[in-house]
Design a protein around this ligand. Structure first.
Ligand code: FAD
Length: 524
């Protein structure tokens, strides 16, 4: 029997698992995804891109994309959770995010030491002054020209930089610009070479991901990490809980383990889905609060790509995001949000290289292009697209904001996770962001590219799901207390984005990490 089983190895799971192992507890971390490294990161067609929740035995890839009516959610799957795929922004939530909706014991000032602990362990840094990329300069120019220069700032990133690197963004980046070093947890990494691949796995390990810090440290302190272990049920037993999981590697669906304490840290969707199943389907945890699934938020994510004729932006070079223009004080018609620069890994170049190589071997490889027979036409398109460099002139204006946080997660009749999302109350905030994106691109002679998914049906996609098992002072208002313990179930905890009671309006990982640090510290 373990002292603690942690379900999931993202910000909530890795951090609680690590700190509890440091306390000398016997910890097991069960993670549905695999360990990833530079030899396995997906790059080409046919690689393990997709986590398919309907068929995880066969498809347990990099990205879990869930589609609900008018809202899609992107999440990482792997040892390290969302840190593997994320854009490295590590920031505190604004102080005013704590003015409502939290248990009384959770305050901004009270969380500060935990925020600092996460920032230190993740070794956060800003892009050195000599390595600003064109997007950062465009952000600053847009802010200044639109009259918001004092709201522009650099963000802290969980990335390791070499301050002595002098990289010219007109040149393609090269891995040879990275310098190897050993981090504070004894793990080998490399410095950032501005390869622009943060979201698909950094080939030089410049990202300070959880599998490079908290997780190896947890292992050094005795924690066991089991990859490809998909948990399906939690059942109370005499001295704790029994966990049911599938071993996806061995294709064995009936594994169990027991522990005196369980920490559910499967992310906003994952933890809520698992607990909904335990409450309503297997009925092993029937007394979980009726607030389960309520108050879900997209964290107001919104993207407006803009085209810049004759101006080189190269969003496929440099860290994915590095700067913000901050309107979180509500100065824009009461709506709280911030604007960020966005980056896009140039997947097409990898695709083109792969397709070109395969075509060179066999020009008649029709199987590469289902339904298309003329390989020479495809080759021509590939040459054309590569030479045009589709990405060169696009600025992805990105943002997060404080939405109404009023969506609901639930199980449908087939037992699959579903969402009721209604944009009505959040629409003024999204419109304010869209209008600011236009203002900033107008000020810099950019041309916003119409987005039919937004213009026609207000369809959105978020990488920042929050809520579903929110913290509160009572079971009437939430699912867990300020220490992450589930109301009505002693020694059962939730510690991840699911417990955040409403939108933060900024990238949430450091807040999730700070709450996880606090939960682990206060756990008896
Ligand atoms: C493309 C992208 C970019 C992002 N950029 C940023 C950024 O720059 N800054 C920022 O702060 N945030 C960013 N985020 C969001 C950030 O990744 C999440 O907020 C964060 O990872 C959430 O932490 P968590 O602990 O709640 O869940 P996760 O990190 O998602 O961890 C949950 C873990 O549980 C596992 N799991 C799920 N279900 C089960 C199960 N049943 N059994 C076992 N394991 C399970 C998952 O595989 C996953 O590893 C980004 C996200 C994406 C997708």
């Amino acid at each position: 029997m373990y002292d603690v089983i942690v379900i999931g190895s993202g910000f909530g799971g890795a951090i609680t698992g690590c700190r509890l192992a440091e306390k000398g507890l016997k910890v097991l971390i069960l993670e549905r995804g695999q360990w990833w490294d530079k030899n396995t990161y997906p790059r080409k067609p046919g690689d393990a891109w997709i986590w398919n929740n309907d068929n995880p035995e066969k498809m347990h890839g990099w990205l879990d994309m869930r589609r609900f009516p008018h809202m899609a959610v992107a999440q990482g799957a792997g040892v390290g959770g969302g840190s593997l795929i994320y854009a490295n922004i590590s920031c505190n939530a604004p102080q005013n995010a704590f003015n409502y909706g939290w248990p009384a014991a959770i305050t901004y000032n009270g969380l500060l030491p935990y925020y600092d602990r996460v920032a230190k362990f993740m070794n956060v840094q800003k892009v050195p002054a000599n390595q600003w990329n064109p997007r950062m300069k465009l952000m600053q120019e847009g802010a200044t020209k639109a009259g918001f220069g004092d709201r522009f700032g650099q963000l802290e990133l969980a990335v390791s930089f070499d301050p002595n690197l002098n990289y010219n963004f007109d040149n393609p980046p090269s891995e040879t610009n990275s310098k190897e070093f050993t981090n504070a947890q004894g793990v080998k990494q490399g410095t950032c070479a501005h390869l622009g691949q943060c979201d698909i796995g950094c080939p030089v390990y410049a990202k300070n991901t959880l599998d490079k810090n908290y997780i190896p440290w947890a292992q050094k302190k005795g924690a066991e990490v089991r990859e490809l272990s998909l948990v399906s049920n939690i059942e109370p037993i005499a001295n704790g809980y029994k966990i049911y999981y599938s071993d996806l590697k061995a294709q064995s669906m009936d594994r169990t383990e027991t522990a005196t304490r369980v920490i559910v840290a499967s992310g906003s969707l994952g933890s809520t889905e698992l607990l909904l199943r335990c409450k309503n389907a297997t009925k092993t945890l029937p007394n979980i609060s009726g607030a389960l699934g309520q108050g879900w938020s997209s964290n107001g994510d919104f993207l407006t790509p803009a085209f810049y004729f004759g101006r080189t932006i190269n969003p496929d070079r440099g860290p994915t995001i590095s700067t913000s223009i901050n309107f979180l004080d509500g100065v824009q018609n009461g709506q709280k949000f911030w604007i960020e620069d966005g980056g896009i890994p140039n997947l097409f170049s990898g695709y083109y290289k792969d397709i070109s190589a395969r075509l060179a071997q066999d020009p008649n490889q029709h199987s590469l292009f289902e339904g298309l027979q003329a390989a020479n036409i495809i080759q021509h398109l590939i040459n054309l697209s590569t030479s045009l460099d589709l990405f060169k002139n696009i600025m992805p204006w990105f943002a997060q904001g404080v939405d109404a946080s009023d969506a609901q997660l639930l199980l449908d009749q087939k037992g699959k996770l579903d969402m009721k999302w209604d944009i009505t109350k959040s629409l003024p905030m999204f419109n304010e962001i869209a209008s600011m994106h236009k203002k900033l691109s107008d000020a810099t002679s950019g041309h916003p590219i119409p987005n039919p998914a937004w213009n026609n049906s207000h369809d959105l996609i978020t990488p920042h799901p929050l809520g579903g098992c929110r913290m509160a002072d009572s079971a009437t208002d939430g699912v867990v207390n300020d220490k992450g313990e589930v109301f009505g179930y002693k020694n059962l905890f939730v510690a991840d984005g699911a417990i955040i009671p409403h939108a933060l309006g900024v990238n949430p990982s450091r807040t999730i990490g700070a709450l996880a640090e606090r939960i682990a510290e206060l756990m008896q």
